[in-house]
Design a protein around this ligand. Structure first.
Ligand code: KIV
Ligand code: ZN
Length: 551
C-alpha cells in the first residue's frame, strides 16, 4: 500500500457549514488559491445543488485552480450528480463526491429506506457519476454508527461499481481511535475477502476518513485510521466545520511530519503528504479573516500562543536550545519565529535576550537593576507586555532624572448624552522650555486629554494610516489599552501605550492611577519622556553600558 497520504480539504464545503459562516464567491476563490499554494490534493469546493450561490462558488473555483483536484458534493441521486458535474466539468481534475447514510438511525428517521434500497442507490450513484468522470468518491454517511457488516457490503459494492475513494465518515464525532482503527481494518478485510484487495494495494482505490470533533477526537481518530490503512484524510483549515468542526488539517499534516519516526516504525515506512507546511499559518489567517472565525490563542500549530513561551524556565530553555520546549520549528509552519513573551513569569534570561535583541548589552549588576524594576513595573499589568516596555524600564532606571516632562495639573471633563464634547485643560512642565498650557476637546475624555498634552508640548498624533509623519514631533499611537486591576469601581486603572516616531522608533509608556484618565495621561507622559531620553542619550547610554559589561 502506498505511503502517500492524500489531503482532501473541505474548508469550503464542510467548513463553510460552520454556524455563522458565509463566504462570497471572490472569498472562496481566494481561499482556494491559498489551498492550492498549500498543496493540498483535493479541494472540496461545495455542494452545488444546495443553492445557486454554492453552485457559482464551485464553478468559479473549478475554473480558477489548476494544480489540485476539485470535488463537488452530491447526494446519491441523478439530479444532484448532474448539477455537481455541471459545476466542476471545467476543472483541470474534477471529482464527484456522492454520499448516502448507512446507519440504521438515518435509514429509519431521515431516509425512510431499507438497507437494500440504500445499497442500490449507492451503487447506482457511483455508476452514474462514473459516466462523467473516472474520479468518483463515495461516502457512507454516519459510517461509524452503521452496522459493520452492512457497511462492509456497501463498501464492497461501491468499489465494484467503480468508486476510487471510499470515505468512512465519523459524521457525529462518535468513534474513538482504537474502535475506528478496527473498523477500517474490518473494511480492508472485507475488500480482501471480495477479491478487491489489489485495487487497494495499487492505490487505484483508497479509503478516506472524515472525522468530526464532537468529542475532541477528530485528529486522533484520523491518525488511527491512517495506521489501519486509510490513505486520504478529509480535514479543514483551523478545524472549522459543522458543530464542533472537522479534523484540523494543520494538526494532521504536522503530526505526520513531526512523528514521521513513529509512523515509519509501525508501518515500516513514513506517511508523506505533499503539503507545503510554510503555507499553513498564512492560510489559517486568511481563513480566519474571511470566515470571521477567530482562532483560539492556544490552538495547536496556528494559535497565537502555539509557539509562545512565558514562563522563566521555558524561556531559558528555548533561548539555550529551541528543542527543549519546541517539537516543531515555528518557521516550518509559517510563523516568523518562537515568541518569547514578556510577562510576570519571565526570568532574567528572557529579559537579557530581549534587551540584546534591541542592541543593549548589560553587566550582571545592571541587568539585575533592570530586571527588578521591570518586575515591579509589570506587577499589576494583566496582559502581555510589549517588548518596548522593557527598553522603557531600562531608560527609567538610568535616565529618569533627566526626563523632560511633568504634568503639573490637568482637568478633564466627561460627558454623557450631551451634544457637547469632553474638554481637557492641561499644564505641562518642560525642563527645557518651561510651562505650557493647552485646552482642547476630544471624542472621549482620554482622547481629549491626549490631544491636550500633545498640543501643549508641540506634538501631533497622526490619526489615519495615510498621513505621513513630517517632523520629529509627528507621532503615531500604535498600541493603547486600559485594564482595570482589582475589584469593582475602586479598581486601579492601568494604561499601556506604545507610540512611534517617523523613524520607526517605538516608545512605550505605562501609567497607573485610581482615575483611568489620569492613568492615560501618565502613560503618555512616560512614553514621551522615554522617547526624548532615547533620542538625546540612548546611543551614548548603550555604549556606556556595553563598555561596563565588557570590563
Ligand atoms: O460528515 C459527513 O458525514 C459529511 C459527508 C457528507 C462526507 O460531511
Ligand atoms: Zn462532515
Amino acid at each position: 500500500m502506498t505511503s502517500r497520504v492524500y489531503i482532501f480539504d473541505t474548508t469550503l464545503r464542510d467548513g463553510e457549514q460552520s454556524p455563522g459562516v458565509s463566504l462570497t464567491v471572490e472569498e472562496k476563490k481566494e481561499i482556494a488559491r491559498a489551498l492550492e499554494r498549500l498543496r493540498v490534493d483535493v479541494i472540496e469546493a461545495g455542494f452545488p445543488v444546495s443553492s445557486p450561490g454554492d453552485f457559482e462558488g464551485v464553478k468559479a473555483i473549478a475554473e480558477t485552480v489548476k494544480d489540485v483536484q476539485v470535488a463537488a458534493l452530491a447526494r446519491a441521486n441523478q439530479k444532484d450528480i448532474d448539477v455537481a458535474w455541471e459545476a466542476i466539468k471545467k476543472a483541470a481534475s474534477p471529482r464527484i463526491h456522492t454520499f448516502i447514510a448507512t446507519s440504521d438511525i438515518h435509514l429509519k428517521y431521515k431516509l425512510r429506506k431499507s438497507r437494500e434500497e440504500v445499497l442500490k442507490l449507492a451503487v447506482e450513484a457511483v455508476k452514474y457519476a462514473k459516466k462523467y468522470t473516472p474520479s468518483v468518491e463515495f461516502s457512507a454517511e454516519d459510517a461509524t454508527r452503521s452496522d459493520w457488516d452492512y457497511l462492509a457490503q456497501v463498501v464492497v459494492e461501491v468499489v465494484r461499481a467503480g468508486a476510487t475513494a471510499v470515505n468512512i465518515p465519523d459524521t457525529v464525532g462518535y468513534t474513538v481511535p482504537q474502535e475506528y482503527y478496527e473498523l477500517i481494518r474490518h473494511l480492508v478485510e472485507a475488500l480482501k475477502e471480495a477479491g478487491l484487495y489489489d485495487r487497494l494495494e495499487s492505490g487505484e482505490v483508497i479509503f478516506s476518513v472524515h472525522c468530526h470533533n464532537d468529542l475532541g477526537l477528530a485528529v486522533a481518530n484520523s491518525l488511527s485510521a491512517l495506521l489501519a490503512g486509510a490513505r486520504q484524510v478529509e480535514c479543514t483549515i483551523n478545524g472549522i466545520g459543522e458543530r464542533a468542526g472537522n479534523a484540523a488539517l494543520e494538526e494532521i499534516v504536522m503530526a505526520l511530519k513531526t512523528r514521521r519516526d513513529y509512523f515509519e516504525r509501525v508501518l515500516g515506512k513514513p506517511l508523506e503528504t505533499r503539503v507545503d507546511t510554510r503555507q499553513i499559518v498564512p492560510t489559517s489567517q486568511l481563513v480566519s479573516r474571511l470566515t470571521g472565525m477567530t482562532v483560539q490563542a492556544n490552538k495547536a500549530i496556528v494559535g497565537a500562543n502555539a509557539f509562545a513561551h512565558e514562563s522563566g524556565i521555558h524561556q531559558h530553555g528555548v533561548i539555550m536550545h529551541r528543542g527543549t520546549y519546541e517539537i516543531m520549528d515555528p518557521k516550518e509552519v509559517g510563523w516568523t519565529g518562537s515568541a518569547i513573551v514578556l510577562g510576570k513569569h519571565s526570568g532574567r534570561h528572557a529579559v537579557r535576550f530581549k534587551l540584546e535583541s534591541r542592541g543593549w548589552k548589560l553587566s550582571e549588576e545592571d541587568l539585575s537593576r533592570v530586571f527588578e524594576r521591570f518586575r515591579q513595573e509589570i506587577k499589576d499589568v494583566l496582559r502581555t507586555v510589549h517588548d518596548e516596555y522593557l527598553e522603557g524600564v531600562l531608560l527609567d532606571e538610568f535616565l529618569e532624572d533627566e526626563y523632560r516632562y511633568r504634568v503639573s495639573s490637568a482637568y478633564v471633563s466627561s460627558l454623557y448624552g450631551a451634544p457637547l464634547k469632553p474638554l481637557a485643560q492641561v499644564e505641562v512642565l518642560d525642563k527645557a522650555t518651561g510651562a505650557h498650557r493647552a485646552v482642547t476637546v476630544g471624542v472621549g475624555s482620554i482622547d481629549a486629554a491626549f490631544k491636550a498634552v500633545a498640543m501643549a508640548l508641540g506634538y501631533r498624533f497622526l490619526g489615519s494610516e495615510d498621513r505621513q509623519p513630517e517632523g520629529d514631533k509627528d507621532l503615531r499611537l500604535v498600541h493603547f489599552h486600559i485594564d482595570a486591576v482589582g475589584k469593582g469601581t475602586e479598581s486601579l486603572g492601568v494604561c499601556g501605550i506604545v507610540i512611534e516616531d517617523r523613524h520607526g522608533h517605538r516608545s512605550a509608556g505605562l501609567g497607573k492611577d485610581d482615575d483611568i484618565v489620569a492613568s492615560g495621561i501618565k502613560a503618555l507622559v512616560n512614553a514621551l519622556n522615554r522617547l526624548e531620553a532615547y533620542r538625546s542619550k540612548g546611543e551614548e547610554l548603550k555604549r556606556k553600558l556595553a563598555e561596563k559589561a565588557a570590563a
